[in-house]
Design a protein around this ligand. Structure first.
Ligand code: ADP
Length: 476
């Protein structure tokens, strides 16, 4: 049984409720979870509030020491903790190991960046006045994260908040809490004082509501769906809770006719299907120039149909199961709606006959699509590669921008002018030119439009957890 972590102790939920943790590859129960609600969240906020008094007064150097020890613990225990992640999320073991490596890097990077939250001295217009700007930790923060990256999502936000001097009440996803608990272990072993980090899971809506209405909690950082993001925006007015939101995406990819078609098709098959497409920056809408469309579609289909699907522990597997049956149903529904639009299913899109147990789905390539298709208008969050043809550059850019989302976008060309022209016109917070991983620990990650507000990672991610203060002295 996995419990809540409040004020440095593992405790059962106040109401003694429980829930099952399911392995998506086998549909078997892995463990029981103690399921909390508003009361548990309140206890966690109280503990975080008490701990803030001393944690916020530590120096960034003291905090860095703990965060760096935690990073080392994660690296030393990578083999064990990666297995927990495979079990709860279904992703292939090498992906789980890669994710833990990035999580460790985030802790190390923020340990150092916390030392650089420089303010500034401002020359004033009066000889007897001095002005300066300093940054201070915002207070107790709530961090709600999604299941698609069970370690990366919490690590990115926890590391920045702790480095800034905030105390944390975290609510990881109930689908994937084991990785978050492993992160807790790392920080506790590294010497994090009691109450600085608390973790509650259970009734998400009740916990979220408590965060929104409790005056002691100053900010919520959220990674998840646009649907829940809107609930938080509505609720935040009650206590003026500040928000950072990392929401959905529907990333376009513009592929021009000067690329190496076969080489790009090969890496596309990996990039689009990483984590089964359950990634908010996942390349989703592929706009391919008409001169190479047929060639690209054929090559991509050939590579995608070779991808190996199975249990994440099996060597050589490229795709594990989707996270839940519901998630798979929502992807299957989009595929059948696309079929009804006369789209061409070039491969996949069905439940593999040899994998009836577990939430597996054969990766699909779907062509002959129009901009009005359900596969253009919705975030798929699943293993489907939709293909669109384009002829005119401005038309392709307009179609790429034709979405409520604005997180990631991609351009593939060897033409410098085209890449600059397109990158400056795409309405997205992130543009990758000739690469699939434009973001990194050190760079700002954030969405335009309905994809969210605020940034994670990079120095921007640190300042999300700090308040700016102007200090002016007169009469000198
Ligand atoms: P996803 O579909 O990616 O899981 P969700 O937005 O449903 O996205 O979930 C992201 C996180 O938000 C999870 O930790 C989930 O438990 C939490 N969550 C779901 N509903 C609410 C809510 N009403 N208030 C606060 N958090 C919520």
């Amino acid at each position: 049984m996995k419990q809540q972590f409040i004020n440095g102790e593992w405790v059962a939920a106040i109401d003694k409720q429980e829930m099952d943790l399911i392995d998506p590859a086998t549909e078997k129960v892995i463990d029981k979870l103690s399921a909390g609600n508003a009361g548990d969240c309140r206890a966690a906020i109280d503990a975080a509030h008490k701990a803030f008094a001393s944690w916020s007064k530590t120096t960034p150097y003291q905090r860095a020491e703990i965060l760096k020890k935690a990073a080392n613990y994660l690296r030393e225990n990578l083999e064990i903790i990666a297995r927990d992640m495979v079990m709860e999320s279904g992703k292939p073991l090498p992906e789980a190991k890669g994710e833990w490596t990035v999580a460790a890097n985030l802790f190390e990077w923020y340990a150092e960046e916390g030392k650089r939250s420089y303010g500034r001295i401002i020359p004033t217009n009066r000889p007897d006045k001095r002005s300066s700007v300093i940054y201070q930790p915002i207070g107790v923060v709530g961090i709600i994260t999604a299941w698609n990256f069970p370690a990366y999502n919490p690590a990115r936000a926890w590391a920045a908040a702790l480095a800034a001097g905030c105390t944390v009440v975290a609510k990881p996803s109930e689908e994937t809490p084991l990785s978050a608990f492993n992160l807790v272990d790392a920080l506790v072993k590294a010497g994090l004082p009691n109450g600085v980090l608390n973790v509650v899971i259970g009734d998400a809506a009740a916990i979220g509501d408590e965060m929104l209405s409790n005056c002691l909690l100053k900010k919520i950082s959220f990674t998840g769906s646009t649907r829940v993001g809107k609930i938080l925006m509505d609720g935040a007015s009650r206590t003026h809770t500040k928000l950072s939101l990392e929401l959905g995406g529907n990333a376009p990819v513009l592929i021009f006719d000067d690329v190496d078609v076969d080489a790009l098709a090969k890496v596309t098959a990996i990039a689009r299907f990483r984590n089964n497409g359950q990634v908010c920056t996942s390349p989703q809408r592929f706009y391919v120039h008409k001169n190479i469309y047929e060639q690209f579609a054929e090559a991509a289909t050939a590579y995608v149909s070779q991808l190996k699907i199975g249990n994440g522990f099996t060597e050589g597997v490229n795709l594990g199961p989707l996270i839940t049956k519901k998630q798979r149903e929502s992807v299957l529904d989009l595929v059948s709606k696309a079929q009804a639009e006369n789209a061409e299913i070039m491969t996949g899109g069905n439940i593999p006959p040899h994998l009836q147990q577990g939430y597996f789905l054969q990766p699909a390539v779907i062509g002959n699509l129009q901009q009005t298709s359900v596969l253009a208008q919705n975030e798929i969050f699943g293993p489907v590669l939709p293909l669109f043809v384009f002829d005119d550059l401005d038309d392709a850019i307009a179609k790429a921008n034709d979405t409520e989302y604005g997180l990631a976008s991609y351009i593939f060309t060897n033409n410098l002018k085209t890449s600059i022209y397109a990158s400056e016109r795409l309405e997205f917070g992130i543009v990758g030119i000739n690469e699939w991983a434009p973001h990194g620990t050190e760079s700002p990650f954030g969405g335009w439009k309905s994809s969210g507000q605020g940034h994670e990672s990079g120095s921007e991610g640190l300042y999300e957890y700090m308040e700016k203060k102007l200090i002016s002295t007169g009469g000198l």
